[in-house]
Design a protein around this ligand. Structure first.
Ligand code: GDP
Ligand code: IMO
Ligand code: MG
Length: 434
């Protein structure tokens, strides 16, 4: 049985949590491999509506093991709150394993995230402010604290002393901020470590053993591929590797690239982005408002799951999406929020960019150039019938079928799954993904 990666194809919030919740039914292990609580994954199932930031979306099935891999940045306070909230709603969290090799988001990371964004001024990235970027900086600088370090004072104390002495100099000297108290910090994180201890383990072994037994493992991506540190719209990206390329997924749980059989890319039927950075198909008109506020009365509009910020809205961008399909090596697409397009008279897809009078069909590397490209649109007729109750491709309005077929052509990848609503059953399985 396969290892399957579910990866966001655009700028995040494509509906990864919702797709993993659906696919997890046939998996044995569900593992998060990157990012931290900058992610916000919404799951609507028979247990209610949940917004998960760190716990994998498989947690709602009583027989799945859920893993937080070594590639994740863990804020222990946030994770423990999330676990408590799930337990209060009757969800069993005893099958959660947190990698002892995962990095820990420390108080200075959150402070540095805030101070650094303020110092960038107009050029701010628009981060979620959760300390994820500075945590990954410290990982690469070999100054990070890992989950294993939290468990014993003899490991924790010297690592915090070294890191915080350095970071307090940066906070006060570079940013003019207030230093963080060393002993308070050590005591607090030691206590958090004690509470987290029952969940800490060798997460890599859990994934490898499942693979060896022939069990299906789902790797749950966070963010979107266009926020990828290497392949995204740099510098307006996140500080980890959300994509499956460079084996970001394998790296984040500790498996080799040959173990991965399928990579499913989740794409919205249009585009959204939170935070700053280029967005060639961004709309500022009444269509943007309409798409943003679809389902707003139920708290389901396009507003950030983690920060509540209104998401920027645009038409589907086949240029950046095809690029994402290619560098992820996608084997299938899951197209979400098709129902949000119901009732639009026409639907546009960006098929190329115009740059200085020429047509470009790949994503330029230079940010200043990407800011200048103008989208070239192809227009397709919309449909009036509601799609949210449809469960078979052939029952979709003909115009919706034509839209999906065109997406497959432009993105050069088959659409195997279509989501027509936030709930688990609101899906059209065109081809079983595994
Ligand atoms: P993620 O970060 O990729 O997991 O996505 P988010 O949870 O941040 O945002 C996706 C939003 O779309 C959530 O509110 C989901 O409940 C909702 N959603 C997912 N699929 C569909 C769909 O097909 N139709 C509608 N209307 N909403 C959906
Ligand atoms: P999910 O998993 C959408 C964006 C931020 C900002 C940039 C850098 O729910 O799809 P960071 O805090 O990571 O340093 O911010 O990345 N960003 C996301 N946007 N969905 C997410 O996660 C995101 N995680 C980070 O808005 O532009
Ligand atoms: Mg999200």
């Amino acid at each position: 049985m396969p290892i399957v990666v579910v990866v966001g194809g655009q700028w995040g919030d494509e509906g990864k949590g919702r797709i993993v919740d659906l696919l997890a039914r046939k998996a044995r292990v569900v593992a998060r491999y990157s990012a931290g609580n900058n992610a916000g994954h919404t799951i609507v199932n028979e247990r209610g509506e949940f917004k998960l930031h760190l716990v994998p979306a498989g947690i709602f099935y009583p027989d799945k093991t859920c893993v937080i891999g070594n590639g994740v940045a863990v804020d222990p306070e946030v994770l423990l709150d999330e676990i408590t909230n799930l337990q209060e709603k009757g969800i069993d969290t005893s099958r959660l394993v947190v990698s002892d090799r995962a990095q820990v988001i420390m108080p200075w990371h959150k402070e540095l995230d805030r101070l650094d964004e303020a110092m960038r001024g107009d050029a701010a990235i628009g981060t979620t402010g959760k300390g994820v970027g500075p945590c990954f900086v410290d990982k690469v600088a070999r100054r990070g604290i890992r989950v294993a370090d939290l468990l014993r004072p003899e490991d924790l104390n010297p690592r915090v002393e070294t890191a915080l002495e350095y970071q307090n100099r940066v906070i006060t000297g570079v940013y003019g901020g207030e230093p963080i108290d060393m002993s308070e910090c050590i005591e607090k994180y030691h206590q958090l470590g004690l509470r987290l201890a029952p969940y800490v383990g060798d997460a890599q072994a859990v994934v490898l053993d499942a693979h060896r037994r022939g069990d299906t493992v789902l790797l749950e991506g966070a963010q979107g591929s266009l926020l990828d540190l290497d392949h995204g719209t740099y510098p307006y990206v996140t500080s980890s590797v959300p994509s499956s390329s460079s084996s970001g997924a394998g790296l984040g749980v500790g498996i080799g690239p040959t173990a991965i059989q399928r990579v499913v890319g989740v794409f919205k039927s249009y585009s959204t982005r939170v935070g700053n950075g280029p967005f060639p198909t961004e709309l500022f008109d009444s269509t943007a408002e309409r798409l943003r506020d679809h389902g707003k009365e139920f708290g389901r509009g396009e507003y950030g799951t983690t920060t509540g910020r209104p998401r920027r809205i645009g038409w589907l961008d086949a240029v950046s999406s095809r690029y994402s399909v290619r560098f992820n090596g996608l084997s299938a697409l899951a197209l979400t929020r098709l129902d949000v397009l119901d009732g639009l008279e026409t639907i546009k897809i960006c098929t190329g960019y115009e740059l200085d009078g020429k047509v470009v069909d790949t994503l330029p590397a230079r940010q200043s150039v990407l800011e200048r490209v103008r989208p070239i649109y192809e227009e397709m007729p919309g449909w009036t019938d509601a799609t949210s109750e449809v469960r078979n491709f052939d029952d979709l309005p003909k115009a919706a079928q034509a839209f999906i077929r065109r997406v497959e052509q432009l993105l050069e990848c088959p659409v195997d799954l279509i989501s027509v609503g936030p709930s688990r059953e609101q899906a059209i399985i065109v081809n079983p993904i595994f």
